[in-house]
Design a protein around this ligand. Structure first.
Ligand SMILES: Cc1cc2nc3c(=O)[nH]c(=O)nc-3n(C[C@H](O)[C@H](O)[C@H](O)COP(=O)(O)OP(=O)(O)OC[C@H]3O[C@@H](n4cnc5c(N)ncnc54)[C@H](O)[C@@H]3O)c2cc1C
Length: 494
Protein backbone atom coordinates (compact mmCIF):
# COMPACT_ATOMS: atom_id res chain seq x y z
CA UNK A 1 0.00 0.00 0.00
CA UNK A 2 1.22 3.46 -0.91
CA UNK A 3 2.16 5.69 2.01
CA UNK A 4 1.75 8.82 -0.07
CA UNK A 5 -1.52 10.68 -0.01
CA UNK A 6 -2.35 12.27 -3.34
CA UNK A 7 -4.48 15.38 -3.53
CA UNK A 8 -6.82 14.21 -6.27
CA UNK A 9 -7.73 10.80 -7.72
CA UNK A 10 -9.70 11.01 -10.96
CA UNK A 11 -11.28 7.68 -11.79
CA UNK A 12 -12.12 7.23 -15.48
CA UNK A 13 -10.53 8.82 -18.51
CA UNK A 14 -13.58 10.43 -20.10
CA UNK A 15 -14.49 14.05 -20.74
CA UNK A 16 -15.73 14.63 -17.18
CA UNK A 17 -12.46 13.63 -15.45
CA UNK A 18 -10.44 15.42 -18.14
CA UNK A 19 -12.44 18.62 -17.63
CA UNK A 20 -12.37 18.47 -13.83
CA UNK A 21 -8.64 17.74 -13.74
CA UNK A 22 -7.88 20.67 -16.03
CA UNK A 23 -10.07 23.03 -13.99
CA UNK A 24 -8.30 21.89 -10.81
CA UNK A 25 -4.90 22.53 -12.42
CA UNK A 26 -6.07 26.08 -13.20
CA UNK A 27 -6.91 26.84 -9.57
CA UNK A 28 -4.46 24.58 -7.74
CA UNK A 29 -1.51 23.89 -10.04
CA UNK A 30 0.49 22.39 -7.16
CA UNK A 31 -2.04 19.64 -6.34
CA UNK A 32 -0.99 16.11 -7.27
CA UNK A 33 -3.40 14.31 -9.60
CA UNK A 34 -3.60 10.58 -10.39
CA UNK A 35 -5.88 9.36 -13.19
CA UNK A 36 -7.06 5.74 -13.29
CA UNK A 37 -8.52 4.32 -16.51
CA UNK A 38 -9.56 0.71 -16.95
CA UNK A 39 -9.11 0.66 -20.74
CA UNK A 40 -5.83 0.72 -22.66
CA UNK A 41 -6.56 4.30 -23.80
CA UNK A 42 -8.57 7.26 -22.59
CA UNK A 43 -11.88 8.26 -24.25
CA UNK A 44 -12.94 4.81 -25.38
CA UNK A 45 -16.41 4.83 -23.80
CA UNK A 46 -19.20 7.45 -24.16
CA UNK A 47 -16.80 10.34 -24.82
CA UNK A 48 -15.38 8.63 -27.91
CA UNK A 49 -16.47 10.35 -31.12
CA UNK A 50 -18.22 7.25 -32.47
CA UNK A 51 -19.97 6.44 -29.22
CA UNK A 52 -21.98 9.67 -29.11
CA UNK A 53 -23.58 11.96 -31.68
CA UNK A 54 -21.18 14.87 -31.22
CA UNK A 55 -23.95 17.42 -30.91
CA UNK A 56 -22.88 20.53 -29.07
CA UNK A 57 -26.19 20.58 -27.20
CA UNK A 58 -27.36 24.18 -27.01
CA UNK A 59 -31.11 23.50 -27.30
CA UNK A 60 -31.13 25.06 -30.77
CA UNK A 61 -32.63 21.97 -32.38
CA UNK A 62 -33.69 19.57 -29.62
CA UNK A 63 -37.43 19.85 -29.02
CA UNK A 64 -37.33 18.01 -25.72
CA UNK A 65 -35.93 21.12 -24.01
CA UNK A 66 -39.08 23.03 -24.90
CA UNK A 67 -42.13 20.79 -24.60
CA UNK A 68 -45.64 22.13 -24.97
CA UNK A 69 -47.43 22.53 -21.62
CA UNK A 70 -50.93 21.10 -21.15
CA UNK A 71 -52.37 24.60 -21.80
CA UNK A 72 -50.43 24.88 -25.06
CA UNK A 73 -47.89 27.39 -23.72
CA UNK A 74 -44.18 27.12 -24.49
CA UNK A 75 -41.56 28.10 -21.93
CA UNK A 76 -38.02 28.81 -23.17
CA UNK A 77 -36.52 28.44 -19.65
CA UNK A 78 -34.95 24.98 -20.05
CA UNK A 79 -33.68 25.75 -23.56
CA UNK A 80 -32.03 28.94 -22.30
CA UNK A 81 -30.45 27.06 -19.40
CA UNK A 82 -28.91 24.42 -21.69
CA UNK A 83 -27.68 27.05 -24.15
CA UNK A 84 -26.10 29.08 -21.34
CA UNK A 85 -24.36 25.95 -20.06
CA UNK A 86 -22.97 25.29 -23.54
CA UNK A 87 -21.71 28.89 -23.70
CA UNK A 88 -19.53 28.07 -20.67
CA UNK A 89 -18.02 25.16 -22.63
CA UNK A 90 -17.41 27.38 -25.66
CA UNK A 91 -15.78 30.06 -23.50
CA UNK A 92 -13.56 27.63 -21.60
CA UNK A 93 -12.47 25.77 -24.75
CA UNK A 94 -11.68 29.16 -26.36
CA UNK A 95 -9.44 30.14 -23.46
CA UNK A 96 -7.69 26.76 -23.72
CA UNK A 97 -7.13 27.25 -27.46
CA UNK A 98 -5.65 30.69 -26.72
CA UNK A 99 -3.42 29.13 -24.05
CA UNK A 100 -2.26 26.38 -26.44
CA UNK A 101 -3.73 23.63 -24.25
CA UNK A 102 -6.19 22.65 -26.98
CA UNK A 103 -4.78 22.56 -30.50
CA UNK A 104 -6.40 23.52 -33.80
CA UNK A 105 -10.10 24.11 -33.01
CA UNK A 106 -11.10 22.09 -36.10
CA UNK A 107 -9.59 19.06 -34.36
CA UNK A 108 -12.54 19.08 -31.96
CA UNK A 109 -15.25 21.58 -32.95
CA UNK A 110 -16.78 22.53 -36.30
CA UNK A 111 -19.57 24.90 -37.28
CA UNK A 112 -22.55 22.75 -38.24
CA UNK A 113 -26.02 24.32 -38.53
CA UNK A 114 -28.55 22.93 -36.10
CA UNK A 115 -31.96 22.31 -37.64
CA UNK A 116 -35.27 20.93 -36.46
CA UNK A 117 -37.47 19.18 -39.02
CA UNK A 118 -41.11 18.22 -38.40
CA UNK A 119 -43.96 16.87 -40.49
CA UNK A 120 -47.74 17.28 -40.23
CA UNK A 121 -49.91 20.35 -39.49
CA UNK A 122 -49.83 20.07 -35.69
CA UNK A 123 -46.05 19.71 -35.52
CA UNK A 124 -45.53 22.56 -38.00
CA UNK A 125 -47.74 24.77 -35.85
CA UNK A 126 -45.74 23.82 -32.75
CA UNK A 127 -42.43 24.52 -34.47
CA UNK A 128 -43.64 27.91 -35.70
CA UNK A 129 -44.72 28.89 -32.17
CA UNK A 130 -41.46 27.59 -30.71
CA UNK A 131 -39.53 29.72 -33.18
CA UNK A 132 -41.63 32.79 -32.31
CA UNK A 133 -40.84 32.37 -28.60
CA UNK A 134 -37.12 31.66 -29.08
CA UNK A 135 -36.53 34.40 -31.64
CA UNK A 136 -36.79 37.05 -28.96
CA UNK A 137 -34.22 35.28 -26.75
CA UNK A 138 -30.73 36.69 -27.39
CA UNK A 139 -28.93 33.33 -27.59
CA UNK A 140 -31.41 32.10 -30.21
CA UNK A 141 -31.75 35.34 -32.17
CA UNK A 142 -30.31 33.94 -35.41
CA UNK A 143 -32.84 31.09 -35.64
CA UNK A 144 -34.81 30.99 -38.89
CA UNK A 145 -38.10 29.21 -39.59
CA UNK A 146 -39.43 28.03 -42.93
CA UNK A 147 -42.28 25.89 -44.24
CA UNK A 148 -41.23 26.52 -47.82
CA UNK A 149 -39.87 23.31 -49.40
CA UNK A 150 -37.54 25.29 -51.67
CA UNK A 151 -35.97 27.09 -48.72
CA UNK A 152 -35.61 23.89 -46.69
CA UNK A 153 -34.10 22.18 -49.74
CA UNK A 154 -31.52 24.96 -49.85
CA UNK A 155 -30.68 24.39 -46.19
CA UNK A 156 -30.61 20.58 -46.36
CA UNK A 157 -31.46 19.06 -49.77
CA UNK A 158 -31.55 15.45 -48.59
CA UNK A 159 -34.57 16.23 -46.39
CA UNK A 160 -36.67 17.30 -49.36
CA UNK A 161 -35.38 15.31 -52.32
CA UNK A 162 -38.19 13.00 -53.60
CA UNK A 163 -40.52 13.86 -50.75
CA UNK A 164 -44.26 13.56 -51.57
CA UNK A 165 -45.53 16.84 -53.06
CA UNK A 166 -48.51 17.04 -50.72
CA UNK A 167 -46.51 16.55 -47.53
CA UNK A 168 -46.67 19.35 -44.99
CA UNK A 169 -43.36 20.03 -43.25
CA UNK A 170 -41.29 22.81 -41.73
CA UNK A 171 -37.83 23.43 -40.33
CA UNK A 172 -35.83 25.84 -38.25
CA UNK A 173 -32.14 26.52 -38.69
CA UNK A 174 -29.53 28.10 -36.48
CA UNK A 175 -26.05 28.77 -37.83
CA UNK A 176 -24.51 28.91 -34.36
CA UNK A 177 -24.74 25.09 -34.05
CA UNK A 178 -21.67 22.86 -33.72
CA UNK A 179 -20.41 19.33 -34.13
CA UNK A 180 -17.95 18.38 -31.39
CA UNK A 181 -15.47 15.51 -31.16
CA UNK A 182 -15.58 15.02 -27.40
CA UNK A 183 -13.02 12.21 -27.66
CA UNK A 184 -10.51 14.65 -29.12
CA UNK A 185 -11.20 17.19 -26.35
CA UNK A 186 -10.69 14.44 -23.76
CA UNK A 187 -7.41 13.19 -25.23
CA UNK A 188 -5.99 16.70 -25.56
CA UNK A 189 -6.95 17.67 -21.99
CA UNK A 190 -5.53 14.48 -20.47
CA UNK A 191 -2.34 14.84 -22.45
CA UNK A 192 -2.03 18.40 -21.09
CA UNK A 193 -2.62 17.14 -17.55
CA UNK A 194 0.12 14.54 -17.95
CA UNK A 195 2.49 17.24 -19.27
CA UNK A 196 1.64 19.24 -16.16
CA UNK A 197 2.63 16.36 -13.88
CA UNK A 198 -0.55 14.32 -13.48
CA UNK A 199 0.04 10.56 -13.57
CA UNK A 200 -2.12 8.50 -15.90
CA UNK A 201 -2.60 4.80 -15.07
CA UNK A 202 -4.07 2.91 -18.03
CA UNK A 203 -5.45 -0.66 -17.80
CA UNK A 204 -6.15 0.08 -14.14
CA UNK A 205 -9.78 -0.60 -13.19
CA UNK A 206 -10.57 0.79 -9.76
CA UNK A 207 -12.32 -1.91 -7.80
CA UNK A 208 -13.76 -0.08 -4.85
CA UNK A 209 -13.41 2.97 -2.62
CA UNK A 210 -13.21 3.01 1.14
CA UNK A 211 -12.94 5.89 3.57
CA UNK A 212 -10.36 6.12 6.33
CA UNK A 213 -11.02 7.52 9.77
CA UNK A 214 -9.13 10.71 8.84
CA UNK A 215 -11.65 11.38 6.04
CA UNK A 216 -9.32 10.50 3.13
CA UNK A 217 -10.14 7.77 0.61
CA UNK A 218 -8.44 4.53 -0.31
CA UNK A 219 -8.68 3.78 -4.01
CA UNK A 220 -8.46 0.00 -4.43
CA UNK A 221 -6.57 -1.15 -7.51
CA UNK A 222 -6.15 -4.61 -9.04
CA UNK A 223 -3.36 -6.96 -7.94
CA UNK A 224 -0.01 -6.55 -9.69
CA UNK A 225 2.13 -9.63 -10.27
CA UNK A 226 3.77 -10.62 -7.03
CA UNK A 227 2.52 -7.50 -5.23
CA UNK A 228 -1.08 -8.26 -4.27
CA UNK A 229 -3.80 -5.63 -4.34
CA UNK A 230 -2.71 -2.01 -4.39
CA UNK A 231 -4.30 0.91 -2.60
CA UNK A 232 -3.72 4.59 -3.16
CA UNK A 233 -4.78 7.16 -0.62
CA UNK A 234 -6.42 10.38 -1.87
CA UNK A 235 -7.82 13.50 -0.24
CA UNK A 236 -10.39 14.03 -3.00
CA UNK A 237 -11.87 11.44 -5.34
CA UNK A 238 -13.88 12.04 -8.49
CA UNK A 239 -15.81 9.09 -9.91
CA UNK A 240 -15.85 9.93 -13.61
CA UNK A 241 -16.49 6.40 -14.77
CA UNK A 242 -19.56 7.19 -16.88
CA UNK A 243 -21.93 4.23 -16.78
CA UNK A 244 -19.60 2.65 -14.21
CA UNK A 245 -20.18 5.43 -11.67
CA UNK A 246 -23.07 3.79 -9.81
CA UNK A 247 -21.22 0.65 -8.62
CA UNK A 248 -18.14 2.61 -7.52
CA UNK A 249 -20.18 5.20 -5.65
CA UNK A 250 -22.11 2.32 -4.03
CA UNK A 251 -18.80 0.75 -2.95
CA UNK A 252 -17.85 3.99 -1.18
CA UNK A 253 -20.76 3.56 1.23
CA UNK A 254 -21.74 7.25 1.13
CA UNK A 255 -25.38 7.68 2.20
CA UNK A 256 -26.02 10.09 -0.70
CA UNK A 257 -26.02 7.20 -3.20
CA UNK A 258 -28.76 5.30 -1.41
CA UNK A 259 -31.96 4.90 -3.40
CA UNK A 260 -30.24 5.38 -6.78
CA UNK A 261 -30.35 2.70 -9.47
CA UNK A 262 -29.33 2.63 -13.10
CA UNK A 263 -31.18 1.60 -16.26
CA UNK A 264 -28.87 1.01 -19.25
CA UNK A 265 -29.99 1.82 -22.80
CA UNK A 266 -27.56 1.18 -25.60
CA UNK A 267 -27.40 3.28 -28.72
CA UNK A 268 -26.80 2.39 -32.37
CA UNK A 269 -26.40 4.66 -35.38
CA UNK A 270 -26.57 4.21 -39.12
CA UNK A 271 -23.42 5.68 -40.64
CA UNK A 272 -22.86 6.77 -44.23
CA UNK A 273 -19.37 7.42 -45.58
CA UNK A 274 -20.29 7.71 -49.28
CA UNK A 275 -18.72 11.08 -50.21
CA UNK A 276 -21.36 11.75 -52.91
CA UNK A 277 -24.08 11.67 -50.24
CA UNK A 278 -22.07 13.18 -47.40
CA UNK A 279 -21.32 16.34 -49.39
CA UNK A 280 -25.06 17.00 -49.86
CA UNK A 281 -25.72 17.48 -46.15
CA UNK A 282 -24.08 19.83 -43.66
CA UNK A 283 -26.34 20.06 -40.60
CA UNK A 284 -27.59 18.33 -37.50
CA UNK A 285 -31.29 17.82 -38.09
CA UNK A 286 -33.35 16.80 -35.09
CA UNK A 287 -36.94 15.58 -35.35
CA UNK A 288 -39.64 14.69 -32.89
CA UNK A 289 -39.46 11.67 -30.61
CA UNK A 290 -41.88 8.80 -31.20
CA UNK A 291 -44.62 8.45 -28.59
CA UNK A 292 -43.19 6.79 -25.49
CA UNK A 293 -39.59 7.17 -26.65
CA UNK A 294 -37.19 8.66 -24.14
CA UNK A 295 -35.99 12.20 -24.95
CA UNK A 296 -32.49 11.14 -25.98
CA UNK A 297 -33.96 8.85 -28.64
CA UNK A 298 -35.11 11.73 -30.82
CA UNK A 299 -34.10 10.80 -34.39
CA UNK A 300 -31.48 13.00 -35.99
CA UNK A 301 -29.63 13.11 -39.28
CA UNK A 302 -26.21 14.50 -38.54
CA UNK A 303 -23.05 15.62 -40.16
CA UNK A 304 -20.08 14.25 -38.19
CA UNK A 305 -16.56 15.55 -38.54
CA UNK A 306 -13.97 13.29 -36.96
CA UNK A 307 -10.24 13.56 -37.71
CA UNK A 308 -11.08 15.99 -40.51
CA UNK A 309 -13.33 13.45 -42.26
CA UNK A 310 -17.02 14.05 -42.80
CA UNK A 311 -19.70 11.39 -42.61
CA UNK A 312 -23.40 11.20 -41.84
CA UNK A 313 -25.06 9.56 -38.85
CA UNK A 314 -28.69 8.72 -38.35
CA UNK A 315 -30.24 7.45 -35.18
CA UNK A 316 -30.07 6.65 -32.40
CA UNK A 317 -31.68 3.25 -32.45
CA UNK A 318 -32.06 1.90 -28.97
CA UNK A 319 -31.00 -1.50 -27.76
CA UNK A 320 -30.99 -3.21 -24.43
CA UNK A 321 -28.01 -4.74 -22.69
CA UNK A 322 -27.52 -5.01 -18.93
CA UNK A 323 -23.95 -3.64 -19.34
CA UNK A 324 -23.31 -0.24 -17.75
CA UNK A 325 -20.36 0.37 -20.09
CA UNK A 326 -19.91 -0.62 -23.74
CA UNK A 327 -16.99 -2.76 -22.53
CA UNK A 328 -18.81 -3.69 -19.34
CA UNK A 329 -20.30 -6.94 -18.08
CA UNK A 330 -23.76 -8.52 -18.06
CA UNK A 331 -23.46 -8.56 -14.29
CA UNK A 332 -23.48 -4.72 -14.14
CA UNK A 333 -27.26 -4.26 -13.83
CA UNK A 334 -28.07 -7.18 -11.48
CA UNK A 335 -24.93 -6.43 -9.44
CA UNK A 336 -26.10 -2.86 -8.79
CA UNK A 337 -29.33 -3.93 -7.06
CA UNK A 338 -29.33 -3.15 -3.34
CA UNK A 339 -32.03 -3.26 -0.67
CA UNK A 340 -32.26 0.56 -0.81
CA UNK A 341 -32.77 0.84 -4.61
CA UNK A 342 -34.82 -2.30 -5.27
CA UNK A 343 -38.14 -0.52 -4.45
CA UNK A 344 -37.52 2.47 -6.77
CA UNK A 345 -36.27 0.14 -9.53
CA UNK A 346 -39.35 -2.09 -9.34
CA UNK A 347 -41.59 0.98 -9.30
CA UNK A 348 -39.92 2.31 -12.47
CA UNK A 349 -40.19 -1.15 -14.04
CA UNK A 350 -43.94 -1.38 -13.50
CA UNK A 351 -44.77 2.22 -14.48
CA UNK A 352 -42.66 2.81 -17.60
CA UNK A 353 -44.81 0.81 -20.04
CA UNK A 354 -44.34 3.19 -22.94
CA UNK A 355 -40.55 3.08 -22.56
CA UNK A 356 -40.56 -0.71 -22.33
CA UNK A 357 -42.80 -0.98 -25.40
CA UNK A 358 -40.50 1.39 -27.27
CA UNK A 359 -37.39 -0.60 -26.29
CA UNK A 360 -38.93 -3.93 -27.31
CA UNK A 361 -39.96 -2.54 -30.71
CA UNK A 362 -36.47 -1.06 -31.22
CA UNK A 363 -34.72 -4.30 -30.28
CA UNK A 364 -36.94 -6.33 -32.63
CA UNK A 365 -36.81 -3.83 -35.54
CA UNK A 366 -35.62 -5.31 -38.84
CA UNK A 367 -33.01 -3.60 -41.01
CA UNK A 368 -35.80 -2.55 -43.40
CA UNK A 369 -37.78 -0.97 -40.56
CA UNK A 370 -34.65 0.89 -39.46
CA UNK A 371 -34.17 2.17 -43.02
CA UNK A 372 -37.82 3.30 -43.08
CA UNK A 373 -37.14 5.52 -40.05
CA UNK A 374 -34.19 7.05 -41.90
CA UNK A 375 -36.31 7.60 -45.05
CA UNK A 376 -38.70 9.74 -43.00
CA UNK A 377 -35.79 12.22 -42.93
CA UNK A 378 -34.03 11.28 -46.14
CA UNK A 379 -36.47 9.73 -48.63
CA UNK A 380 -33.68 8.78 -51.06
CA UNK A 381 -31.64 6.74 -48.54
CA UNK A 382 -30.38 3.43 -49.99
CA UNK A 383 -29.68 0.52 -47.67
CA UNK A 384 -26.29 -0.21 -49.26
CA UNK A 385 -24.95 3.27 -48.33
CA UNK A 386 -25.51 2.85 -44.60
CA UNK A 387 -23.83 0.59 -42.04
CA UNK A 388 -24.96 0.07 -38.46
CA UNK A 389 -22.48 1.04 -35.75
CA UNK A 390 -22.79 0.46 -32.01
CA UNK A 391 -22.52 3.63 -29.92
CA UNK A 392 -22.09 4.02 -26.17
CA UNK A 393 -24.21 2.88 -23.26
CA UNK A 394 -26.30 5.42 -21.38
CA UNK A 395 -27.22 4.56 -17.83
CA UNK A 396 -30.38 6.45 -16.96
CA UNK A 397 -30.94 7.31 -13.34
CA UNK A 398 -33.67 5.59 -11.36
CA UNK A 399 -34.19 7.16 -7.99
CA UNK A 400 -36.34 7.12 -4.93
CA UNK A 401 -39.21 9.56 -5.00
CA UNK A 402 -41.25 10.37 -1.89
CA UNK A 403 -44.54 10.61 -3.83
CA UNK A 404 -44.14 8.06 -6.62
CA UNK A 405 -41.80 5.55 -4.94
CA UNK A 406 -39.35 5.57 -7.85
CA UNK A 407 -38.77 7.71 -10.96
CA UNK A 408 -36.72 7.42 -14.11
CA UNK A 409 -34.66 10.55 -14.79
CA UNK A 410 -33.08 11.44 -18.12
CA UNK A 411 -30.71 14.21 -16.97
CA UNK A 412 -27.45 14.05 -15.08
CA UNK A 413 -26.96 14.27 -11.34
CA UNK A 414 -23.79 15.14 -9.49
CA UNK A 415 -23.54 13.11 -6.28
CA UNK A 416 -21.24 14.44 -3.58
CA UNK A 417 -20.49 12.97 -0.17
CA UNK A 418 -17.97 12.65 2.62
CA UNK A 419 -18.04 16.39 3.39
CA UNK A 420 -17.12 17.18 -0.20
CA UNK A 421 -14.24 14.67 -0.36
CA UNK A 422 -15.92 12.54 -3.05
CA UNK A 423 -18.05 13.35 -6.09
CA UNK A 424 -19.39 11.40 -9.04
CA UNK A 425 -21.65 11.91 -11.99
CA UNK A 426 -24.70 9.78 -12.76
CA UNK A 427 -26.78 9.92 -15.95
CA UNK A 428 -25.90 11.00 -19.46
CA UNK A 429 -27.85 13.96 -20.74
CA UNK A 430 -27.20 16.69 -21.95
CA UNK A 431 -23.84 15.10 -21.36
CA UNK A 432 -20.48 16.01 -22.71
CA UNK A 433 -21.61 19.41 -24.06
CA UNK A 434 -22.22 20.67 -20.57
CA UNK A 435 -19.18 19.02 -18.94
CA UNK A 436 -17.70 22.42 -18.02
CA UNK A 437 -20.86 23.54 -16.23
CA UNK A 438 -21.16 20.16 -14.46
CA UNK A 439 -17.52 20.12 -13.31
CA UNK A 440 -17.60 23.75 -12.16
CA UNK A 441 -20.60 22.58 -10.12
CA UNK A 442 -18.49 19.79 -8.58
CA UNK A 443 -15.82 22.30 -7.52
CA UNK A 444 -18.41 24.66 -6.06
CA UNK A 445 -20.17 21.89 -4.14
CA UNK A 446 -17.04 20.14 -2.84
CA UNK A 447 -14.87 23.18 -2.11
CA UNK A 448 -17.45 25.91 -1.37
CA UNK A 449 -15.18 28.33 0.51
CA UNK A 450 -12.16 28.16 -1.80
CA UNK A 451 -14.49 28.36 -4.78
CA UNK A 452 -16.20 31.52 -3.59
CA UNK A 453 -13.21 33.29 -2.05
CA UNK A 454 -10.34 32.38 -4.39
CA UNK A 455 -11.12 30.12 -7.32
CA UNK A 456 -14.07 31.92 -8.88
CA UNK A 457 -11.93 34.91 -9.79
CA UNK A 458 -9.30 32.67 -11.41
CA UNK A 459 -11.93 30.65 -13.24
CA UNK A 460 -13.66 33.78 -14.51
CA UNK A 461 -10.50 34.64 -16.42
CA UNK A 462 -11.09 31.39 -18.36
CA UNK A 463 -14.90 31.41 -18.36
CA UNK A 464 -15.92 35.09 -18.40
CA UNK A 465 -19.65 34.40 -18.01
CA UNK A 466 -19.26 32.14 -14.98
CA UNK A 467 -22.12 32.93 -12.60
CA UNK A 468 -23.77 35.32 -15.07
CA UNK A 469 -27.13 35.20 -16.73
CA UNK A 470 -25.81 35.27 -20.31
CA UNK A 471 -29.14 35.31 -22.11
CA UNK A 472 -30.55 38.11 -19.94
CA UNK A 473 -28.35 40.70 -21.64
CA UNK A 474 -28.37 40.77 -25.47
CA UNK A 475 -24.92 42.38 -25.53
CA UNK A 476 -23.38 39.66 -23.31
CA UNK A 477 -25.07 36.89 -25.33
CA UNK A 478 -23.88 38.35 -28.63
CA UNK A 479 -20.35 38.80 -27.24
CA UNK A 480 -20.18 35.21 -25.98
CA UNK A 481 -21.28 33.85 -29.37
CA UNK A 482 -19.04 36.18 -31.39
CA UNK A 483 -15.87 35.88 -29.26
CA UNK A 484 -16.01 32.10 -29.07
CA UNK A 485 -16.89 31.77 -32.77
CA UNK A 486 -13.82 33.85 -33.59
CA UNK A 487 -11.39 31.79 -31.50
CA UNK A 488 -12.96 28.42 -32.32
CA UNK A 489 -13.09 29.17 -36.05
CA UNK A 490 -16.88 28.86 -36.19
CA UNK A 491 -17.45 31.86 -38.43
CA UNK A 492 -16.80 29.96 -41.62
CA UNK A 493 -19.97 30.13 -43.65
CA UNK A 494 -21.12 26.53 -44.18
C1 LIG B 1 -25.46 7.11 -27.87
C2 LIG B 1 -25.00 8.34 -27.15
C3 LIG B 1 -25.11 9.58 -27.78
C4 LIG B 1 -24.69 10.74 -27.11
N1 LIG B 1 -24.74 11.93 -27.77
C5 LIG B 1 -24.27 13.05 -27.17
C6 LIG B 1 -24.23 14.27 -27.88
O1 LIG B 1 -24.58 14.33 -29.06
N2 LIG B 1 -23.78 15.37 -27.23
C7 LIG B 1 -23.39 15.33 -25.92
O2 LIG B 1 -23.02 16.36 -25.39
N3 LIG B 1 -23.40 14.17 -25.22
C8 LIG B 1 -23.83 13.04 -25.82
N4 LIG B 1 -23.84 11.85 -25.13
C9 LIG B 1 -23.45 11.84 -23.71
C10 LIG B 1 -21.95 11.90 -23.54
O3 LIG B 1 -21.31 11.04 -24.45
C11 LIG B 1 -21.60 11.54 -22.11
O4 LIG B 1 -22.37 12.31 -21.22
C12 LIG B 1 -20.14 11.79 -21.77
O5 LIG B 1 -19.29 11.31 -22.77
C13 LIG B 1 -19.83 11.13 -20.44
O6 LIG B 1 -18.47 11.33 -20.14
P1 LIG B 1 -17.83 10.62 -18.89
O7 LIG B 1 -16.47 11.16 -18.77
O8 LIG B 1 -18.74 10.78 -17.71
O9 LIG B 1 -17.87 9.07 -19.22
P2 LIG B 1 -17.09 8.17 -20.29
O10 LIG B 1 -16.69 8.90 -21.50
O11 LIG B 1 -17.94 6.96 -20.48
O12 LIG B 1 -15.76 7.80 -19.53
C14 LIG B 1 -15.75 6.94 -18.42
C15 LIG B 1 -14.39 6.28 -18.40
O13 LIG B 1 -14.26 5.57 -17.18
C16 LIG B 1 -13.62 4.32 -17.45
N5 LIG B 1 -13.97 3.43 -16.35
C17 LIG B 1 -15.16 2.84 -16.11
N6 LIG B 1 -15.12 2.14 -14.96
C18 LIG B 1 -13.86 2.28 -14.47
C19 LIG B 1 -13.20 1.83 -13.30
N7 LIG B 1 -13.82 1.06 -12.40
N8 LIG B 1 -11.91 2.18 -13.10
C20 LIG B 1 -11.25 2.97 -13.99
N9 LIG B 1 -11.84 3.43 -15.12
C21 LIG B 1 -13.13 3.11 -15.34
C22 LIG B 1 -14.15 3.93 -18.81
O14 LIG B 1 -13.30 3.01 -19.45
C23 LIG B 1 -14.20 5.27 -19.52
O15 LIG B 1 -12.99 5.58 -20.19
C24 LIG B 1 -24.20 10.67 -25.78
C25 LIG B 1 -24.08 9.42 -25.16
C26 LIG B 1 -24.46 8.27 -25.84
C27 LIG B 1 -24.27 6.95 -25.18
Amino acid sequence: MSNNTVDVALIGGGIMSATLGTLIKQVRPEWSIEIYESAAEVATESSNAWNNAGTGHAALCELNYMPEAADGSLSPAKAIQINEQFQLSRQWWSSLVNAGVLGEPQSFINATPHMTFVRGEANVDYLRRRHQVLQSEPLFADMEFSDDPAQIAEWAPLLVDRRAKDEVFAATRSLTGTDVDFGSVTRQLISHLVNEGARLHLRTPVQKLSRRADGTWDVHLPARSGMGHQRVNAKFVFVGTGGGALPLLQSSGIPEIRGFGGFPISGKFLKCSNPEIVKQHRAKVYGKAAVGAPPMSVPHLDTRIVNGEESLLFGPYAGFSPNFLKNGSWWDLPGSVRAHNLGPMIKVGVTQFSLEKYLVSEVLASREKQMQSLREYMPTARTEDWEMITAGQRVQIMKKDPQKGGVLQFGTEVITGGEGSIAGLLGASPGASTAVHAMLGVLEKCFPEQFENEWKAVLKSHVPSLGEDINADPAIAAKSLADTAEVLGLNTRV
